[in-house]
Design a protein around this ligand. Sequence first.
Ligand SMILES: [Fe+2]
Ligand SMILES: [Fe+2]
Length: 291
Amino acid sequence: MPRATLLEASRTTTRLVEHVERLGAEHPPIELGSVDYTVHRPELFSQRFGHVLDYMARVELEVDRNVLELITLLPDPPEVDRRFYADVWQPQEIQHGLILDQLQVHVGRPPATPDLDTVGAKIKVLGALAHVGAIQDVVRMLYYLTGMATERSAVLAYNLLHDGVREMGETSVAETVIAPIRRQEPGHYAFYQLSAKGLWAELAGWQHWLVRRLRRFSFAPVGANDDAQKADFGEVMRTLGIDREASTFAQQISRVERELLWARDRGLKVPDYVAAAFREAVELAQARRAG
Ligand SMILES: [Fe+2]
Ligand SMILES: [Fe+2]
């Protein structure tokens, strides 16, 4: 690595270490005792937002599986990555999941059914290849890209959910459930963004090429791993009004990804695979509704 790149890399690491420390100190996992589950009109609330809570609770709880995937994908991660996911990210997200799940049970719905331990074949193959250091860096880049899109989606979705819940007059839920959860997501996004920018600058041309190829065929909206889950995601988009602004939403969650991976394609607003994935989710939801 050239000296300037090396210097920049060590600066990025320092910033990341500080960021992770600050997140850990300033954002302890939300205490269950701090939550007020008072809902004035549980039936109406459940009808309107129940499936959104369920989707988010599932995705948040599935961090346990995500950690297993990470251990498979990155056999030898930088220490700061391990600290982030083990000490900060996972404990926070699990709490988000538990709280959202409690809330949906509180309004009369069954609890979420997260998949906590199935590590897919694709991940295992990538993980096996990642024993070669140069490939692990490619895999790590994909992990950061996924992290950015996921966390940005979470921030935007919680913003919309917060507004919708407030509009219904369910202020306890808005203030003690959604607002505290939403406050913890931007720090996750910042971690991935800083990591992605730093690593992209270190990768060689062939690694860039491989990242672009793999990203194009592996992108999926957060938590949407099969057609049923994609349709569920489409329903969440509909309830939150994202389907009417799908391209703005797609732009916002993929801005840095576009700047890094697709800088050469000037005028491109959204990577085509991101736009296509959101369109597909909306269509699958529509098809399911139509029966
Ligand atoms: Fe979360
Ligand atoms: Fe998060």
